[in-house]
Design a protein around this ligand. Structure first.
Ligand code: 5AD
Ligand code: SF4
Length: 480
């Protein structure tokens, strides 16, 4: 049966199978949307705004897919009838931003009786947040979490039928519902979930509490999704998981991530494979070997270090030392000599001394990252680190953050300059935001290059001469 178009009839019983059940609700919601649009004499519009990581971006594509199927049309947030915030909660400021924007929606909703507001994503998995919304943000229509986004059409139907705020949050799940609609942002590349959740419990991190336990998708489901994507024009996939290196451990027939990559590599027509995120403690020799031999895996590894101090790493529950991380980097560079390494670093973890911070600067100097995301430690209620003594004063953290950023940027621009003059393949992703006579392409190492060209090139892999390094991107020319 073609799941994209299963034969669903509203006059029959509600199907039990999760996917079919959702197609039933898609049909049902479509009826309500059609009636409402007829009443007001125009189509209803929606906008999904994504906060946070690539995982959320992929979830938003699923939300958009469902909304389009039920008859909503996409529009800018300012005019949309249905505004959905797919939220993040990894750091406190992400939450603050959502409350701010919600406040701005309230007067709009008073003016537009057809307006709906939906909230989902990681922030909704926090009970205090939902309590606050239920109490002080009664104008929100639908609230759901990370485990049940597949139920979006069902929740929309419920909102139509009850006329009340719909709240549906699951604490955890072992479900993975396949074959629902999605609407890709780019026709030539796509994220592909390979696993959900995280079992690591790094002591600062809220993700394991809001994304639940690790669950791997069945390899056949992943491969068949990628085959379909390729048939639909996709040349690059980004395999997504909080910790892709522990892929497959909980499958009925366990399979390593390296093996999964080898299977994906065989898919004809697929040109590039990326993945994120890797936890250093689980990065196997097998994976390094596969990366070294692969023709399709991009020469880029995002390997979050978080801190250069073994003492802090231990308190963070990262389960590797500074030395082990450096050894791993050496091993990777030996197997894949021109690989680009990027990382995440947190400054101001509880108890971090100037000495610890110097260790972080030291590891940055030793590894020489192509780029690094630097974060100020954010205290997340419920995580072990939130209860640790010695939370670092803001001014001290800010000073360390500035020093780290400077170091990271200086090194990144030096590393970037090394490739100046070389010819590399770029996947053209779009017309340049600054100059409409130029296009922007992504290199295997994940850096961007801007070159003269028109929109016909979008989605193509072309050789580009990197003529000038601009610190963290290049200017280039199409090579012969
Ligand atoms: N404070 C600051 N940064 C955090 N991260 C995760 N939790 C926190 C926190 N409480 C960062 C880590 C992770 C990235 C996605 O976000 O560096 O790798
Ligand atoms: Fe958070 Fe650590 Fe899991 Fe990454 S590996 S999501 S930092 S707990």
């Amino acid at each position: 049966m073609n799941m994209m178009n299963p034969d669903i009839s509203l006059s029959k019983e509600i199907p039990e199978d999760d996917t079919r059940r959702q197609y039933y609700y898609i049909e049902k919601a479509k009826e309500y949307v059609r009636k409402e649009s007829e009443e007001i004499g125009r189509p209803l519009t929606f906008c999904v705004t994504t906060f946070g990581c690539q995982m959320n971006a992929r979830d938003s594509e699923k939300l958009r897919g469902i909304l389009e199927k039920i008859g909503y049309q996409e529009a800018p947030e300012e005019t949309a009838d249905f505004v959905i915030y797919n939220t993040c909660t990894v750091r406190e400021n992400a939450n603050t931003r959502v409350y701010g924007r919600l406040g701005q929606l309230k007067p709009r909703k008073k003016e537009n009786p057809h307006m709906r507001i939906g909230l989902c994503g990681c922030m909704m998995q926090e009970p205090e947040v939902v309590e606050k919304l239920k109490k002080s943000y009664r104008f929100v229509d639908i609230i759901f979490g990370t485990h049940n986004i597949f139920k979006f059409a069902e929740l929309i139907t419920e909102r139509y039928e009850t006329g009340k705020m719909v709240v549906d949050i699951w604490k955890d799940t072992d479900k993975i519902v396949e074959d629902l609609p999605n609407d890709r942002k780019y026709f030539f590349k796509s994220g592909v979930n390979i696993m959900f959740g995280c079992n690591n419990f790094c002591s600062y991190c809220i993700v394991p509490y809001v994304r639940g336990r690790e669950r791997s998708r069945d390899p056949q489901a992943i491969i068949s999704e990628i085959r379909k994507l390729v048939a639909d024009g996709v040349v690059e996939v980004m395999l997504l998981g909080q910790n892709v290196n522990s892929y497959g451990k909980n499958l009925e027939h366990p399979m390593t991530f390296a093996k999964l990559l080898q299977e994906i590599e065989k898919i004809e027509g697929l040109e590039r494979i990326r993945f994120m995120t890797s936890h250093p403690k689980d990065l196997s020799d097998e994976l390094i070997e596969v990366m070294g031999q692969s023709k399709k895996i991009c020469k880029h590894l995002h390997l979050p270090v978080q801190s250069g101090s073994t003492r802090i790493l231990q308190k963070m529950n990262r389960r590797y030392t500074k030395e082990q991380y450096l050894e791993l980097v050496a091993k990777i560079r030996k197997a894949v000599p021109d690989i680009s390494l990027t990382t995440d670093i947190i400054v101001g973890f509880p108890g971090e001394t100037e000495e610890d911070f110097q260790e972080t600067l030291d590891i940055v100097r030793k590894v020489r990252y192509d780029s690094a995301f630097t974060f100020i430690y954010s205290r997340r209620t419920g995580t072990p680190a939130a209860a640790m003594p010695d939370q670092i004063p803001e001014n001290v953290v800010k000073d360390r953050f500035d020093r780290l950023l400077k170091e990271v940027q200086t090194i990144a621009s030096e590393v970037c300059a090394v490739h100046e003059g070389t010819v590399q393949t770029a996947l053209i992703e779009g017309v340049s935001e600054h100059d409409s006579s130029m296009v922007t392409g992504r290199l295997s190492n994940n850096l961007l290059v801007h070159l003269k060209g028109s929109k016909e090139l979008i989605g193509q892999l072309i050789p580009v001469q990197l003529t000038e390094c601009k610190g963290f991107y290049y200017l280039g020319e199409m090579a012969e």
